[in-house]
Design a protein around this ligand. Structure first.
Ligand code: CU
Length: 119
């Protein structure tokens, strides 16, 4: 059963799970460098730590075979919530505010991603 749950649908990646948080998010992706991909697999973010510049985009990809993930960040100056992400889904976040953040997964409390946003 598990093997049949499509590993990684690179082709149609994320079509079903479209971002709805911030208006303009999709156009924002075109601005900076390519989005940096954060993998969510085996109950870990990979990499676990990343440094980006203000305005750059992290693309959270659920490339797990079967687990849901739910990336979120709740800081005073910046927050987002991906909602539940099925395997194969992706979610883009533009980090518009410099700072040091820890992104968590609402489903797996041990998952942590350090994001350092420079000016
Ligand atoms: Cu998770």
């Amino acid at each position: 059963m598990m093997e049949r749950l499509a590993p990684f649908r690179a082709g149609k990646f994320g079509l079903g799970i479209t971002v709805t948080i911030v208006g303009g998010l999709l156009t924002g992706v075109a601005l900076g460098a390519n989005p940096y991909t954060i993998s969510q697999r085996d109950r870990e973010f990979r990499p676990r730590e990343i440094i980006i510049k203000r305005g750059e985009t992290l693309r959270f990809v659920n490339d797990d075979g079967e687990l849901l993930h739910h990336a979120y960040l709740s800081a005073e100056t910046f927050e987002f919530d991906s909602g539940d992400q099925k395997p194969g889904g992706q979610f883009d976040v533009v980090f518009s505010v410099p700072g040091d953040y820890t992104v968590l997964c609402g489903i797996h409390p041990k998952m942590k991603l350090g994001v350092h946003v420079t000016k």
